[in-house]
Design a protein around this ligand. Sequence first.
Ligand code: ATP
Length: 601
Amino acid sequence: MEFKVIAEYFDKLEKISSRLQLTALLADLLSKTDKSVIDKVVYIIQGKLWPDFLGYPELGIGEKFLIKAISIATNTEEKEVESAFKIIGDLGEVARRLKSKQQSSSILGFLGSSKAESLKVDEVYSTLSKIALTIGEGSRDLKIRLLAGLLRKADPLEAKFLVRFVEGRLRVGIGDATVLDALALSFGGGQASSEIIERAYNLRADLGNIAKILAERGIEELKTLKPEPGIPIRPMLAERLSDPEEILKKVGGKALVDYKYDGERAQIHKKGDKIYIFSRRLENITSQYPDVIDYINSYIEGNDFIIEGEIVAVDPDSGEMRPFQELMHRKRKSDIHEAIKEYPVNVFLFDLMYYDNTDYTVKPLEIRRKMLESIVKPNDKIKIAHHIITDNVDTLMTFFYQAISEGAEGVMVKSINKDSIYQAGARGWLWIKFKRDYQSEMADTVDLVVVGAFYGKGKRGGKLSSLLMAAYNPATDTFESVCKVASGFSDEQLDELQKKLLEIKRETKHPRVNSKMIPDIWVEPVYVAEIMGAEITLSPLHTCCQDMIVRGAGLSVRFPRFIRWRDDKSPEDATTTNEILEMYNKQIKKKTDTSSSTENI
Ligand code: ATP
């Protein structure tokens, strides 16, 4: 397959403005793609060479070396490339123009033939992989040479997108859900197959792998797909409620109640003698936890399994649980062995999804838990999450306060009904989180996506200092604006913000963003921040749940305040518009309940 086909589609994708067109174009590209390279094409579309969970290196070519490669490939002085870059501001476009100039002055160009030999997807992919995997002494020169070789063979449009890819700027705004929809359109025979494809992707969060199976073996094959150790499962997520009685009712009366630990979620895979640990965001964090690997090897039985738990920092002297921030300190340390000593961790296991060729995601919680208990030799490093089974509100509350006093955030109340499967990739009522109440009407913080930014005034003049934040609507795969947040940033965070935002600046609104408010700059929807506010209110300025409560108004967070970045969440993991609606409805109910009880007094 020729790389030119992909470049031409990227060129078209850049110019469209709606999610629907995006999916249709993508479906068109995928149906024209050779089955043998469809996995690679899917990764390239997402601006990567392989799924993040593999933890392989990135290309490692900075701007300076990219300029060098363009200069070699187009026989242009480096200075000339640099000054063109200063004027145009986009290296991809610079490469395109230089290639066109070169082409029109060459004899081949004169004869009307663009180039002797066309670039194939396989060649592009294998050369780029080689560039990424070349490390150590002398690797820089080799990387530049390899890239220059590719660019030399590329036509102007191919060069533009190759350069953008290497820069990590090939963000044509395509999320996983868009690719899934496009796959359903091109191979699954339409929307009816969406559910099957989505289920497969939830069990194996590797879009390339799913695309390849679908293209080569068809939709039937996906129906029976099992999890595969080494490929992360999309995590099961919890709903939230703050009334214990309601919580027990919602899960069917009787529940398994776990401590809700304040650490890092870890999905632990064992495949023969290999162990992998994936984060909440499914990134490969194996190398950060050699101590956890030792615990798994020593205290868990089995050859192939996928289990889940929370890694929690503990006090090295007392063994008591420490807050999540301590784990962050550990991550910042460059010497991992020192970090292990200074910030030791415990692992609290709470689920088992796969064991020796058996898919446990389809089995009820109690069976999963029993199996987990049977393979773990608990000790002071690794154990099963502290839990009870109860149908009594008072018992639940006592356990909740005990959890908080021991440093947990609250409890996770889990259904033990016969249908209490592991709902990969879904947020549902089978798990309900019950956290300590905050000093505000809002029962919890929200995690929102930055979609634009505004310049400040006065002391903050000239600096981007407030952010337009959006919630995720999975039904439409779009980001709907919720609030403008201007407080809560430290000076340091504000400084860092400038660079962070300008790197992802866009000329126009992203096709997946839905906003009435027009910020000073639009950005790619990539960063997620945790936001606290006073309450959820109706607002005509925002599009979240637009018209759902009152015509002309959406929902917004009042007095929003930045708490911290949530780098462990992808934009699609942000709080959903539906959750905001639920939070709003809960508030209304609470207000009505309180006012009627005061009336009685
Ligand atoms: P979410 O993961 O629901 O999107 P979040 O990342 O903001 O939200 P929380 O609101 O803190 O996280 O609640 C869910 C998280 O709680 C899980 O992702 C997991 O990391 C953590 N957790 C701690 N203890 C448990 C437990 N016993 N069972 C399940 N999850 C637990």
